[in-house]
Design a protein around this ligand. Structure first.
Ligand SMILES: Cc1ncc(COP(=O)(O)O)c(C=O)c1O
Length: 472
């Protein structure tokens, strides 16, 4: 069973600023000498989480319908994990939480669930700042899948301002009409860093006039929150989103779990994405009739990634403890999460990651020929900076940074449409991205390395990893 102990009064709320030095001691990568500034791709796992995963093994068993104590124990831990995730997002209950492998699979699940509901002449509106995970499924739906069923569904793309990186809301509003079944937007761009105003987009979707099956009108709203959930507090009820997806590997937990939040009535009505065992009601399978399980298990076909779900939900609890410092309060327990602690902790994470991102943006101004994409300093931005340097291949920059021990990422970051709009295809951009454990020293190291890599006279002299041990 989980540890249960009384809350520690000294740890009743998070400290006013993140103690990054202390937080880093919970991770192995600093001792390996790594400057990890590619956190938008995946974050690092804290040591306790890996230990927790290992510690679950003596009681590992399949979940649901097992008679052994081990199975019942695992089922309890597994199901509680859904409550933790629900509270994290301020979902009404676990009935709105579905787990998949990642954001991509979650968005595909929405696409396949809605497949039969699109009417001839409907449309889907997305934007050109989407990750391919929130573009290609809708492209495939409208161009490849539904045409095979004789249905025409239009796929429309709202543009963004190439100078500010802001989503063109007027254009979006023009594209949304009474045939728009679904509006799909990124909550935070993984290339530009832009954070589109989700409440205004909700209002645009609400006003579309699209006739819903329940007699109401308005378009559905899906938010790709892969970059939003790890860097801010997200309240799905306040945002009134219909669907929201994120991946735990960007939130300290690389165990193959992604989350789909969906409004309960949508999950009730929709057809599942995957069919098979466990998603059916107990005993309710006959040759001519199958009944599905109660939510959320209707959407959990087959044996789930049990340890992955448990460890991922515990990552959220550990994050609260890391932010607060003091004696662990949440990690390793099943105590119902306090929503106010989630909000204040993630506000602190957001403040910290914003500060290091601004530090990087300021420092980038000193690099000759460097162009940063996305919102200007001071505007809302997810904790990343993507840039190009005149006359240099971004790939060469990333390789040069790596030689100096700084991990960045070059390419289109799967935001291919946005790179195309900015004339950056095929070479893309180079990106530095930050997480709660990123320190001002990391930024200094990265920017110093960037100055060395981009200084014309020094190119060619960069050849050795400046810090850290070689990879094993
Ligand atoms: C904005 C955004 N959406 C979707 C994804 C896809 O996430 P995953 O690879 O976990 O499916 C990413 C990953 O980088 C992302 O940044």
């Amino acid at each position: 069973m989980w540890r249960r102990h009384a809350p520690d009064p000294s740890a009743s709320g998070p400290a006013p600023v993140l103690d990054v030095h202390r937080i880093r001691q919970h991770f192995d990568f600093p001792a390996a000498g790594r400057v990890v500034t590619n956190n938008a791709a995946s974050t690092q796992p804290p040591r306790e989480l890996l230990e927790l995963y290992r510690s679950l093994s003596p009681w590992y068993e399949n979940v649901h319908r097992g008679q052994s104590s081990a199975s019942q124990h695992m089922t309890g831990l597994f199901e509680e994990s859904y409550d933790t995730i629900a509270t994290w997002l301020n979902a009404r209950s676990r009935r709105s939480i579905v787990t998949y492998r990642n954001t991509t699979e979650a968005i595909n699940a929405v696409m396949y669930s809605l497949l039969s509901e699109f009417r001839d002449g409907d449309n889907v509106v997305t934007t050109t700042m989407e990750h391919n995970s929130n573009f290609v499924p809708w492209y495939a739906l409208s161009r490849e899948i539904l045409p095979r069923f004789g249905r025409r569904v239009d796929h429309r793309l709202a543009r963004f301002d190439p100078v500010t990186g802001e989503l063109d809301l007027e254009h979006l509003a023009q594209l949304v009409d009474a045939r728009t079944k679904l509006v799909c937007v990124s909550g935070a761009s993984n290339f530009l860093g832009t954070k589109p105003p989700l409440r205004r987009i909700r209002a645009i979707a609400d006003d579309s006039g699209y006739p819903r099956p329940d007699g109401d009108s308005g378009s559905l709203l899906l938010v790709d929150a892969a970059q939003l959930v790890p860097s801010s507090s997200v309240d799905v009820q306040a945002l009134d989103v219909d669907y929201l997806a994120f991946s735990f590997h960007k939130l300290l937990a690389p165990f193959g779990i992604g989350v789909l939040y969906a409004k309960e009535h949508l999950l009730e009505q929709a057809l599942p994405f995957l069919y098979g065992g466990d998603m059916i009601a107990e005993g309710q399978v006959a040759p001519d009739r199958v009944s599905y399980n109660a939510l959320p298990w209707k959407y959990a076909a087959g044996t789930p990634n049990i340890l992955g779900v448990i460890a991922s939900a515990q990552a959220l609890r550990l994050l609260l403890d890391l932010v607060a410092g003091g004696r662990p309060r949440w990690f390793g327990t099943a105590e119902p999460l306090a929503r106010d602690v989630v909000v204040s902790s993630m506000d602190l994470v957001a403040r910290h990651t914003t500060a290091v991102t601004e530090q990087a943006m300021r420092s980038a101004q000193d690099v000759a020929g460097l162009t940063v994409y996305g919102p200007p300093p001071g505007a809302p931005r997810s904790p990343l900076v993507a840039f190009t340097v005149e006359g240099m291949d971004p790939l060469r920059i990333a390789e040069g940074l790596n030689e100096l021990g700084v991990e960045s990422r070059a390419g289109c970051h799967c935001a291919t449409l946005a790179h195309r709009d900015l004339g950056l295809v095929p070479s893309g951009s180079c990106r530095l991205s930050f997480a709660l454990y990123s320190s001002p020293d990391d930024v200094d190291s990265a920017m110093e390395a960037l100055r060395r890599v981009t200084a014309p006279a020094r190119i060619g002299r960069v050849g050795l990893r400046a810090a850290g041990r070689p990879y094993p």
